[in-house]
Design a protein around this ligand. Structure first.
Ligand code: PEP
Ligand code: MN
Length: 347
């Protein structure tokens, strides 16, 4: 695939490219106030969701099409290019009609090939710039497949956004950095943005994750900014103020040379990611052990139940053997894990 530059003007050479703005457009005032401060601080790409994919139907699902007119005002007044999330053919049509400059496909949508195909069909014949967020599950092919669907529909101004994956204990979404690195190895000319806001889930972690993305030589960052983050109607914990964004960007170390795409770095990153998953699994397991401990206490059962441990060990060794893992290795690990479980239950 041969991609075209996302932007035709000098923006394309901005490094890193910064796309900032609130998770959601909430009101005209909130949007314009946030945009003005960002523009004053040199930001040239403005994001705001008007249709929000939410877990529960009672959550704030966005202001809808009216938000597009506020984005038009933002562009008129500040000159910033605008971006919004689209998830259906109707969204595509409305956003393009309103002159929105960049469309992005959200993580939940990228997970569904049917939805992505409908979006690709709706985009056919246009010259839209589209960013594709990674799917919520850690499948690089699903991510690339979505990009291919758009490319085949004639969309050449494309980019990818890494917003993390399901299954993190430490963060809202697990970074699993080896996945965007694999994406870049396979599609080297595709601009890659980091979305530290959705990985972090918490303001205090956004800067560190943005730095990690820079260390891996991502091309840009999408960062959620709100004039009054505490009052935000969606993703309140992870948004930062425009002033905080300026501090973050000033403190960011941007490495212009030395792209980490060589094989060893990518393999090391995979090891780091595997270890993060191992640690997260251990935390989950110990939490369950604690819940079992509480249950035993309430029901007056003894903490140590040797026959249960024997049974468990036997089944783990069988499973491990089928996977080609050495018995001694697995036995040592499970004895140590069990010891820690018993210790937490005794506390
Ligand atoms: C967003 O950018 O506000 C959003 C909904 O992101 P994601 O699709 O990554 O969850
Ligand atoms: Mn958000």
């Amino acid at each position: 695939m041969h991609f075209q530059p996302l932007f035709s003007d000098s923006l394309s050479s901005d490094f890193p490219l910064i796309l900032a703005g609130p998770c959601s457009a909430e009101s005209r005032e909130q949007l314009l106030a946030t945009a003005r401060l960002l523009a004053e601080n040199g930001i040239r790409l403005f994001r705001a969701g008007v249709w929000k994919p939410r877990t529960h139907p009672n959550d704030f699902e966005g202001v809808g099409s009216i938000g597009l007119t506020w984005l038009q005002e933002v562009k008129q007044e500040t000159g910033m290019l605008t971006a919004t999330e689209i998830a259906t053919a109707e969204h595509v049509e409305k956003a393009l009609h309103a002159g929105i400059d960049v469309l992005w496909i959200g993580a939940r949508t990228t997970t569904s090939p049917f939805s992505v195909q409908q979006i690709a069909d709706a985009l056919k014949g246009t010259d839209a710039a589209v960013l594709v967020k990674n799917p919520v599950i850690s499948d690089v092919d699903l991510w690339i497949g979505a990009i291919e669907r758009l490319y085949r529909a004639g969309i050449k101004r494309l980019g990818a956004v890494h917003r993390g994956f399901d299954g993190s204990v430490r963060y809202r979404n697990a970074p699993l950095w080896h996945i965007p690195l694999q994406l870049r190895q396979r599609l080297p000319s595709l601009p890659l943005f980091g979305d530290p806001s959705h990985i972090a889930g918490r303001r205090s972690l956004v800067a560190a994750i943005a730095q990690q993305a820079m260390d891996l030589h991502f091309n840009g960052l999408m960062i959620e900014c709100h004039i009054n983050p505490q009052e935000a109607l969606s993703d309140a914990e992870q948004q930062i103020t425009p002033q905080e964004l300026s501090v973050l960007l000033a403190e960011l170390t941007v490495r212009k040379t030395g792209c980490i795409t060589d094989g060893l770095a990518a393999l090391r990153q995979q090891i780091d990611d595997c270890d993060s998953v191992l640690l997260a699994t251990l935390v989950k397991r110990l939490r369950i052990a604690q819940a079992i401990g509480n249950y035993k206490q309430v029901n007056n059962l003894s903490v140590l139940q040797p026959e249960r441990f024997e049974e468990m060990l036997k089944s783990r060794l069988l499973e491990a053997d089928a996977l080609g893992l050495r018995e001694h290795f697995i036995q040592t690990i499970f004895e140590t894990i069990h010891e820690e479980s018993v210790r937490t239950q005794l506390q």
